[in-house]
Design a binder for this molecule. Structure first.
Ligand code: SAM
Ligand code: SF4
Length: 381
């Protein structure tokens, strides 16, 4: 079957799939404490997810990353992994992997390994129990550490994803690095994005550009840039003194389009062709329109064929400018609640989103939509 190739001749071989919007944590940078989740009918069933992912595999996707919300809280999720493992067995899929908060790993690590999962990304921002509870609101560190242990014991390779939070885990940069070295885990830092409802001054103060984090690392270690790319937005360095590989994901400050070959599917069947841009295709309608897959495959091809014009030189530049403007707004917001923003509007925009009294119902609905979109498409890690 003809493979998926976008208008810039890049073969689309990496699909990241959100299987739920639900989660058992409420990380401050990701969700509000009192979330309203989507009605169940809007979510794709596990059978529909199977059909959709299998269509992508037929069209040439070789790497599948499962995410959420928290993928392991979706009821019956092992059935879905089992369904996907048939594509590993046939050789159509090279890798089946997931990003998880680790809370359910103690239970699922072994079955996942048995189904052919070899690697897992676990999000962990701190090794201090009280801080962990504060960041995740509902999470408990020992449960996650137990999950990570279980993953290791099951033979899964673990990569830790750490969101860099100024004034929160800044002091744990080296302890986290040391712990990962001792435990044999890879480590990737993620620059925090301006999401989550609570964009109050405290949150805004937490923006820690990864260039600053990297400079801090370089004060103690020799960092060598690696050419290695994994099809996504991470860039890697080798820490010469320890031999560790450390990744950096800077969604707001880097224009990584040119080297990214992944597309993202939300739990409602929306296909996003590019992180941070709004080009989206609805695949749920063609999926539900017919039990046959011909229409679905055609819809996937059509979506990929209109990969973002931002990959053209002009588009790319304007997208980069948009991202820079968002970052400037976030960074300027972090100067404090009364600070101005780079473009004179951003700071207000950010804080309006967080304040129940701001903007009126229509504005708040729009803001909430933006946050949901941001989270459901936030699929880089
Ligand atoms: N629940 C799973 C987890 O936490 O790993 C998977 C979904 S979560 C949305 C995927 C990744 O996004 C996690 O590594 C998380 O830390 C990261 N993330 C969530 N909100 C973020 C934000 N505002 N800025 C940067 N990274 C964020
Ligand atoms: Fe849940 Fe992951 Fe978001 Fe935290 S980052 S609230 S664990 S989906």
């Amino acid at each position: 079957m003809e493979q998926l190739v976008d208008p810039f001749a890049r073969r689309i071989s990496y699909l990241r799939v959100s299987v739920t919007d639900r989660c058992d944590f409420r990380c401050t940078y990701c969700m509000s404490e009192h979330m309203t989740f989507l009605p169940k009918a809007e979510l794709l069933s596990l059978e529909e997810l199977d059909r959709l992912c299998s269509a992508f595999v037929r069209l040439g996707v070789e790497k599948l990353r499962i995410t959420g919300g928290e993928p392991l809280v979706r009821k019956g999720i092992l059935t879905f992994f089992e369904a996907m493992s048939r594509h590993l067995a046939s050789g159509a899929l090279n890798e089946l992997t997931l990003t998880t908060n680790g809370s359910q790993l103690a239970k699922f690590a072994r079955p996942l390994a048995d189904l052919g999962v070899k690697r897992v990304n676990v999000s962990l921002d701190t090794l201090e129990p009280a801080k962990f509870a504060e960041i995740t609101r509902w999470g408990r560190l020992p449960q996650v550490l137990e999950g990570i242990e279980a993953a290791k014991a099951a033979g899964l390779r673990v990569k830790i994803n750490t969101v860099a939070l100024k004034g929160v885990n800044e002091d744990e940069l080296f302890p986290l690095l040391d712990w990962c070295a001792r435990e044999g885990h890879d480590l990737t830092f993620i620059e925090v994005m301006p999401m989550g409802e609570d964009m109050t001054a405290g949150r805004l103060d937490q923006y820690w550009p990864l260039k600053d984090l990297r400079a801090r690392l370089a004060e103690r270690f020799t960092l060598t840039d690696l050419a290695e790319r994994t099809g996504g937005p991470a860039r890697y360095v080798r820490v010469e003194e320890t031999g560790q590989k450390v990744g950096f994901i800077t969604p707001l400050t880097h224009n990584f389009c040119e080297s990214c070959n992944r597309v993202r599917l939300t739990c409602t069947g929306e296909l996003y062709m590019c992180l941070g841009q709004e080009d989206v295709a609805d695949l749920r309608a063609p999926l539900r329109a017919s039990p046959e897959d011909a229409g679905l495959e055609q819809a996937i091809r059509a979506a990929i064929a209109r990969e973002p014009s931002s990959r053209s030189a002009a588009g790319s530049a304007s997208r980069a400018a948009r991202m820079r403007s968002r970052t400037a707004r976030f960074a300027s917001c972090s100067a404090g609640p009364d600070s101005g923003s780079a473009d004179g509007t951003g700071s207000r925009d950010m804080r309006d989103v967080s304040r129940p009294s701001a903007g009126g119902p229509r504005f708040r609905a729009r803001a909430a939509g933006r946050l949901y979109n941001a989270r459901s498409t936030f699929t880089h890690a």
